[in-house]
Structures are given as structure tokens and as C-alpha cells.
Design a protein around this ligand. Structure first.
Ligand code: MEV
Length: 422
């Protein structure tokens, strides 16, 4: 008998396979299988007014090849087709040498803003002339990050609108995403500056436009590997490039192009305990940094007629801090991913974003997006209508043949099925 594919296994069989393959320890597999909720102690202390817990499925994208290393990537996601699409792209990319990533800098940025200063130019000059003092204030405000080899790296003062004095602080937060570290340093510097210069201190806080934590990922595909039963690989590649060009001149398309990218990125960001709102804010501000909202990735021909995809986006993710150390599943996910540090994690996430975009564009310009979505959509509708595991096998083929694939059809067909099975 043909060996079933990973997605055809039961959840317990999938976990056993990951243990067998050495990707998960038995203890971590048991912990995922038990699917224990968070203890009241943890959940109740994490947020105010906690009244329950909200579940999202956790899945895995297998064998994503990034910088010649193979990763099993955890996705926390509710949208049915995302993992299937990423797996598909991971497989095609693997056959073509995988993804390559680079990150030039990994610094977080904070802003300190003052207004109502008597002499803005003199105030700006004071900042530039007193860096040593301000660096000392930063060290005293957060000595532990300095001990870990991080802390304030650069202060850039700017006058904005003839009204505001802004200090941009570049801070190395090491393995943390570092919002608390940045905010602590910003506030200490803000008070020191205001004490000296007067004026009104408006705000001091991290900016989510983490443009000093930009990651680039790329992949080069031989168009022959894209060939389907009905379309030549070269035609698909050409259309993918055209679709990518279109996103550069149509904001409506750029938004959806980027949404597809964020399908994968948010899923890994969430699974690894990072702040997905911060990532979303940063990514979209980066997409709009030139004034017009742009796609985060683009596709083109190389000189030797290969299809090349490239993504560039800020990914200030961390390996420690915040909820990362508190949520047990996050730690299991870090172990499944076998990721060593925050830079490596950011590279994997950028590759995931490009993989997701690759799968979406390929589907859009060939079979259309609905074909692949249908089976998964039908399953979601059937489950929502209340079908049991056994009923699913009977209901899905009927649902896929129906003219209108929606909740009403699923409910009606399930009722008919139950009546016939009585
Ligand atoms: C759906 O969640 C995402 C896509 O719409 C992305 C895209 O159109 O590129 C398929």
C-alpha cells in the first residue's frame, strides 16, 4: 500500500512522525497531544480581566530550506489554505536550492520628542555635543542589556516641522524584541534632555517602524519546475512577474499581495510568541516608506532566464522576553524550529513570507485561487455545520459537487445525510 502523505495522517501519527524524524522530543509531542490549556495562574496574570482562552490550530510547514538548513516551521493559523500553500512553495523552493536570507543590522529604534523649545537649533546642537553624557544616562537606565553586550548605539537629533525636536535612538536589544528595553532607555534620556533644555516632553517610546531590522530573502526558480498539466512553467513565471509588476502600480492589489505574505509571517510570529501587531505595523509602514504603498516582494527574470523572487521587510522578532518565556507552546515551537537566535528566526520568517507569496502568485496566474481553496474551505464549512469526523468523509464529496459552497449548503447536506443514515 502507498505510504500516506504527512497531511493524510491523524494528528497523533503526525506527532509520532516528527518524533521519529528527530524534530520533536517525545515530551514535547506528548505536551502538544495533551493540548492542555494555560493554567489559570499564567492566563490570569498575563492580562487584565481574563475570562477564558482562545484557541488557534498549530500546524507545521515541513522542510523549509533556508541558507542550506532545513527547518520544520510551526504556524499558528486559522485560515485553512495557508499551510498547504506554504508547504507547496517550500517543496518547489527546495528543488531549486531553497531561500537565501540576509540581515544587515538588527537594532530597535526609539523616539524621544520635545516641543516648545526656545531655540530648536541650539537644542539640536546640545544633543550632538553631549552624546557621552546621554550614553551614560542610557547605560545607567538599563545596565543589564549593557552587560549582555547591547544597549544604546546611536542618537540622531532632527528638527521636524520647525516645531519638534526628535531624538532617534538606535538600540541593540540582543535576543529580545526589546520594547521594554527601548522604552526604559527612551524615557531616561527624555528626562535628562528635558532637564537640560526645558521645553515640553511630548513622548518617548519605541517606533514599530523597525527599519534598522530589515531582512531580505530571495529564491531563484528554474521555470521548468513550475510546469503544470495545462501550462508551461515559462508562461507561469512570466505571469507571476506581470502580477508582481501590477502590484507595484495598483495599491488595491499591493494590499492583497502583502496580505498573502503576512498569512505566513503572522502565523510564525504568533507561534514563536512574538508581537504580531508590532510586526504588522512595521511591515506596512515599510511598504509605504516611499510615499506610495508598495508590495513587499517582487519577481523578475534573471539574466539566465530564471525566475527570481525577493522580499525585503523589517522583522524585529525576539527569542526571549515578553510572553516568550511564559507560554509553554512557544518554547516547544522554538525547539521544533531548532532556531538558535533572533537573526536566524527573522531569516526563516522572511523566507516564509516569500514562500507564501510564491504559492499565491503561482496559484493566481495558473489554476486560480479557488481550486486549491475549495477542498479546505469545504472542510471548514462542514466542521462549522457540526459534521463529525466520520460524517466528513461522506459530506465532503457532496459539498464539493454543490453549486453553492456555503454554510447553508453544508447544513442542508448534513441534515440530508443524517436522515439517510438513520
Ligand atoms: C488569501 O488569504 C491570500 C491571497 O489573496 C494572496 C494574494 O492574492 O496574493 C491568495
Amino acid at each position: 500500500m502507498k505510504k500516506p502523505k504527512f497531511y493524510q495522517l491523524t494528528k497523533d501519527e503526525r506527532l509520532a512522525t516528527l518524533v521519529e524524524q528527530g524534530h520533536l522530543s517525545q515530551t514535547d509531542a506528548d505536551c502538544l497531544a495533551a493540548a492542555e490549556p494555560l493554567s489559570d495562574e499564567i492566563a490570569g496574570n498575563m492580562i487584565e480581566n481574563q475570562i477564558g482562552q482562545y484557541q488557534v490550530p498549530l500546524g507545521v510547514v515541513q522542510d523549509l530550506l533556508v541558507n542550506q538548513q532545513v527547518y520544520q516551521v510551526p504556524f499558528a493559523i486559522e485560515e485553512p489554505s495557508v499551510i498547504a500553500a506554504a508547504n507547496n512553495a517550500a517543496k518547489m523552493a527546495r528543488a531549486n536550492g531553497g531561500f537565501v536570507t540576509e540581515q544587515l543590522t538588527r537594532l530597535m529604534t526609539g523616539e524621544v520628542v520635545l516641543e516648545k523649545l526656545v531655540d530648536l537649533v541650539a537644542a539640536k546642537a546640545w544633543i550632538s555635543g553631549n552624546n557621552d553624557h546621554l550614553f551614560e544616562v542610557a547605560r545607567a537606565a538599563h545596565p543589564s542589556i549593557v552587560k549582555r553586550g547591547g544597549g544604546l548605539q546611536k542618537i540622531t537629533p532632527t528638527i521636524i516641522d520647525d516645531r519638534f525636536l526628535k531624538l532617534e535612538l538606535q538600540i541593540d536589544t540582543k535576543e529580545a524584541m526589546g520594547a521594554n528595553i527601548v522604552n526604559t532607555i527612551c524615557e531616561a534620556i527624555a528626562h535628562a534632555v528635558q532637564e537640560q533644555l526645558g521645553g515640553t516632553l511630548l513622548l518617548s517610546v519605541l517606533t514599530n517602524a523597525a527599519f534598522e531590522s530589515v531582512v531580505i530573502a530571495s529564491v531563484t526558480i528554474d521555470p521548468a519546475t513550475l510546469t503544470t498539466a495545462t501550462l508551461a512553467g515559462k508562461t507561469i513565471a512570466e505571469k507571476m512577474i506581470a502580477a508582481s509588476d501590477f502590484a507595484k502600480v495598483d495599491v488595491a492589489r499591493a494590499a492583497t499581495h502583502n496580505k498573502g505574505i503576512m498569512n505566513g509571517i503572522d502565523a510564525v510570529v504568533l507561534a514563536t510568541g512574538n508581537d504580531w501587531r508590532a510586526i504588522e505595523a512595521g511591515v506596512h509602514s515599510y511598504a509605504a516608506k516611499k510615499g506610495a504603498y508598495q508590495p513587499l516582494s517582487s519577481w523578475e527574470w534573471t539574466t539566465d532566464q530564471q525566475l527570481r523572487g525577493r522580499i525585503e521587510l523589517p522583522l524585529p522578532v525576539g527569542m526571549v522576553g515578553g510572553s516568550i518565556g511564559i507560554l509553554p507552546t512557544v518554547q516547544i515551537n522554538q525547539r521544533l524550529l531548532k532556531v538558535q537566535n533572533a537573526r536566524e528566526l527573522a531569516g526563516i520568517i522572511a523566507a516564509v513570507g516569500l514562500a507564501q507569496n510564491f504559492a499565491a502568485l503561482k496559484a493566481l496566474v495558473s489554476d486560480g485561487i479557488q481550486k486549491g481553496h475549495m477542498a479546505l474551505q469545504a472542510k471548514s464549512l462542514a466542521i462549522a455545520a457540526g459534521a463529525t469526523e466520520t460524517e466528513l468523509t461522506q459530506l465532503l464529496p457532496l459539498l464539493l459537487k454543490a453549486t453553492h459552497l456555503n454554510t447553508a449548503t453544508a447544513t442542508e447536506l448534513l441534515a440530508q445525510l443524517r436522515a439517510e443514515n438513520k
